[in-house]
Design a protein around this ligand. Structure first.
Ligand SMILES: C[S@@+](CC[C@H](N)C(=O)[O-])C[C@H]1O[C@@H](n2cnc3c(N)ncnc32)[C@H](O)[C@@H]1O
Length: 274
């Protein structure tokens, strides 16, 4: 019997409504990235990859196995284009924010790099890409914006060519349990098993000067079991699962490093299409 929690059976219209709201919010958030495009191009030109060391270790030597990588939720394309520095031969990015995709295209143009960017919901990733990816790459603040994890896993599976691999390195869902304002781990009142939703706009500190009245964006807690089992149900074979203290952003600024290294901050999953 397949593992399909009741709560995952979301109303498709409600899923799309949340994704459209997230699109509006991320278009606002992308304005900050637009300010940094010139610096980001200079960094790539200098050969600095933004791929995380945990991801790099899991990727091995991409030059030896990865022709095409599809980066789902690629934002302004910094990690997408960094994959080329890591040895991937061709990259394709997908993001729901038109402003992020414009930034990504501008970077690729400035650097003359072989990259294609699609502006769409990850659930609508063009079928022309089906069966073409050696690597589907995603994470670092990605799956929490997706409101149908099984549909997401179906997209991953259809993109991979036989023998291809998905790599997810993302925030550990247990990090939802702790209050980010506290200097010791204090339960934030979240039910880990309820597929909790968090809705909020950008903080004034982040976006205040450029957007006066930020749109509300919606996040969802997917447990590691939700993600892994959705990939398995989509036909993939799990090849690696790690839970880690490593961070990709400072989500708990008040917590000391000594405490953080004892908490699960991130996880990494790889799975193959056989
Ligand atoms: C925190 S960022 C991920 C950043 C990424 N790790 C990087 O730096 O390249 C989340 C991204 O997900 C995108 N996003 C959110 N919901 C999406 C959806 N349904 N389909 C496609 N992209 C989506 C947002 O526009 C944003 O660019």
């Amino acid at each position: 019997m397949k593992y399909v929690p009741e709560e995952l059976a979301h109303d498709a219209d409600e899923v799309r409504r949340r994704h459209r709201a997230n699109q509006a919010a991320w278009d606002e958030g992308a304005l900050r990235y637009t300010e940094g495009v010139a610096a980001a191009v200079a960094s790539l030109r200098a050969g600095r990859s933004s791929v995380h060391p945990v991801e790099r270790a899991a990727l091995g030597d991409p030059a030896s196995w990865c022709g095409r990588a599809v980066h789902l939720q690629c934002a302004s394309g910094q990690d997408t284009l960094s994959l080329l520095l890591e040895g991937v031969r061709e990259v394709v990015g997908v993001d729901i924010s038109g402003r992020h995709v414009d930034n990504a295209r501008a970077k690729a143009r400035a650097l003359g790099l072989a990259a294609t960017f699609h502006h769409c919901d990850v659930l609508d990733t063009p079928s022309e890409l089906d069966g073409t990816a050696d690597l589907v790459y995603t994470g670092r603040g990605a799956l929490n914006w997706i409101h149908d994890i099984r549909a997401w896993a179906g997209v991953v599976a259809r993109l991979l060519r036989p023998g291809g691999r998905v790599l997810v390195f993302d925030a550990h869902p247990a990090s939802w349990l702790f209050d980010p304002e506290e200097s010791t781990p204090v339960w934030a009142g979240i039910d880990y098993f309820a597929h909790a939703e968090r809705s909020h706009g950008w903080t004034a500190e982040y976006i205040g000067e450029v957007v006066e009245d930020p749109s509300v964006k919606h996040e969802r807690l997917w447990t590691i079991a939700d993600v892994v089992q959705s990939l398995i149900d989509a036909g993939l074979v799990l090849t690696r699962l790690e839970e880690r203290p490593d961070e990709f952003w400072n989500a708990f600024p008040a917590l000391g490093d000594e405490v953080k290294r004892m908490l699960p901050m991130t996880y990494l999953v790889t799975a193959d299409r056989r």
